[in-house]
Design a protein around this ligand. Sequence first.
Ligand code: ZN
Length: 169
Amino acid sequence: MMSDNRVIGHETQATVNGTAVRAVPFTQAGEQLPRTWTFTNRNTGKPTTFTCMTGCIIDHSDNIARPTFAEDVWCQTPRENVTLPLNTNGHPEEFRVLGSEIRVMPFSATIAERLPHVTIEMIDDHYIEGLDPDGLATVIRTLAERLDSLKDRHAQLVQVRADYQRRQA
Ligand SMILES: [Zn+2]
């Protein structure tokens, strides 16, 4: 079925995870259209154009409002944060774990960053950056093995507790 690509409306101004979100054009099918922006490149003084990555939630109006270093332009998808209470100094505190987002820096000096890639916040402010699909698959495999290990530990815990409680009776 053909999707209707006419822009029929805009989402309202909002904030996602502390990041200002611009009105995003969308189609009748609810599909967001990538936006195209032109800014003055602070290195060259010339107008420079880029088109947003699908799903970008960055408000680029700051980029176009004044001359901007091209390297400072990036697109990013939203990140949903999950926290767990971790103890680093005597009492548990909530830390963000395993948040991820897709980013692209279309003018990055690091060429690999000019294609969409994933950043994972393993734990508060500790990141794995610049993951291509193979790199992300490697991280997922490693974490999947850790989850298998936790599932084994869970089964072991259930057994050990049952044994323990039986012997106390
Ligand atoms: Zn963007």
